[in-house]
Design a protein around this ligand. Structure first.
Ligand SMILES: C[S@@+](CC[C@H](N)C(=O)[O-])C[C@H]1O[C@@H](n2cnc3c(N)ncnc32)[C@H](O)[C@@H]1O
Length: 347
């Protein structure tokens, strides 16, 4: 290959580096086991997945009957970097629709694969046509297009279970969905997602990299999460609260620019505080919407970052204990009613 062409490919590879993390089957199995009941009679679409290499495709095809799936669609963008150096690479995207036959031999051959007229971009009309036929989107999309990816799923009102970077929580659009209870974190997060397969030429660096016994190059960024709108029972488990605010006020300083207290760790959320509390974003991993409500993200009343004593290290989510709020509202109503009753009674 000419030197210039090689350089161009390497530059391309560098640009889309974090987009080329391929998900391991073990990580998919470990998350998907919690959602089985959602898949009966459903059409699953893996829209950033080359069915010949994707472990998402492999998982759904090999568990097709067990999950009771109706159909499985996988489609692939032309620039799947796994074959970036493959000169036979086509400019067109491709797709494969699997309907459950031949479960022992799930890997599609070239005669099973159909080609798009275009490049297979998940935003293309052809891919959207497949999306419309689907119920649940499950994949690890390109990180650089995460916002667009989620916006599209929301627009078409689809169910989803996807991998993203933990930072995605801080994106305005994604946080809004979480706040409004339209999306939430899945079960595994950070080190709970063991690592991704990276292409041959990808330089392994740092301690959290390895070559597995199949020769795959694995990198473990430990900064990913699952984002979903499929419910799980775990999401409705209460966070156990063991600390008290009253008597320990000094441990919970008030913000300069918001009427709330700072809580350093999720496990330190006090059981007896009915007002606003700022908690670390990792709280979302334990968040039970029956127990807490999310009020806002990061900013005080002045729309500047939350601060204490003029310092701004507080990247926090403001929450409130729903159950205590209800009790205090009830008590307030009773007190007000009582006050109103007295003059009535005297008249
Ligand atoms: C993070 S990788 C994950 C691949 C696969 N889903 C998996 O989990 O193993 C994201 C994939 O999306 C592909 N991709 C990049 N841009 C895309 C686009 N606009 N539309 C569809 N796929 C795209 C990349 O080539 C890459 O293979």
């Amino acid at each position: 290959m000419a030197r210039n062409a090689t350089n161009k490919l390497l530059q391309q590879a560098k640009k889309s580096k974090s987009d080329e993390f391929y998900t391991q089957l073990s990580d998919i199995e470990s998350e998907l086991q919690h959602y089985k009941e959602h898949f009966r009679d459903k059409v699953v679409y893996c829209n950033c997945d080359d069915p010949t290499i994707s472990n998402f495709f492999k998982y759904f095809a090999s568990n097709f009957k067990d999950l009771g799936l109706k159909k499985l669609i996988a489609s692939c963008y032309r620039e799947q970097e796994m074959d970036l150096f493959n000169s036979n690479k086509t400019e067109n995207g491709s797709f494969y629709i699997y309907t459950g036959r031949d479960e022992e031999n799930i890997t599609p051959t070239s005669k099973d694969i159909a080609y798009f007229k275009g490049d297979g971009d998940f935003r293309s009309a052809e891919s959207i046509e497949l999306l419309k036929q689907s119920d649940i989107v499950v994949t690890n999309p390109p990180f650089s297009l995460f916002r667009d990816f989620v916006a599209q799923i929301v627009k078409f009102k689809k169910e989803f279970l996807i991998i993203g970077n933990i930072n995605a929580i801080t994106y305005k659009e994604i946080f809004k969905l979480i706040k409004e209870n339209k999306s939430w974190l899945g079960i595994n997060l950070g080190r709970g997602i063991s690592g991704f397969i990276v292409p041959e030429h990808y330089e392994l660096y740092g301690t959290e990299t390895k070559i597995d016994n199949l020769g795959n190059r694995i990198i473990s960024p430990n900064n990913c999460l699952w984002l979903t709108n499929l419910d799980t029972s775990k999401r409705h488990e209460d966070i156990k609260l063991t600390k008290k605010y009253h008597g320990n006020e000094i441990e919970y300083p008030k913000y300069d620019n918001y009427n709330g207290i700072n809580v350093d760790k999720t496990q330190n959320i006090p059981m007896d505080y009915d007002g606003f509390m700022g908690v670390p974003i990792t709280f979302l991993h334990k968040f039970n919407p029956d127990q807490f409500e999310i009020i806002k993200f990061r900013k005080g009343d002045d729309e500047k970052d939350l601060s204490i004593g003029g310092k701004y290290p507080y990247f926090r989510i403001i929450i409130r204990n729903k159950r205590l709020k209800r009790i205090s509202q009830k008590t307030n109503i009773q007190q007000v009613t009582k006050k109103l009753e007295i003059p009535n009674f005297q008249r």
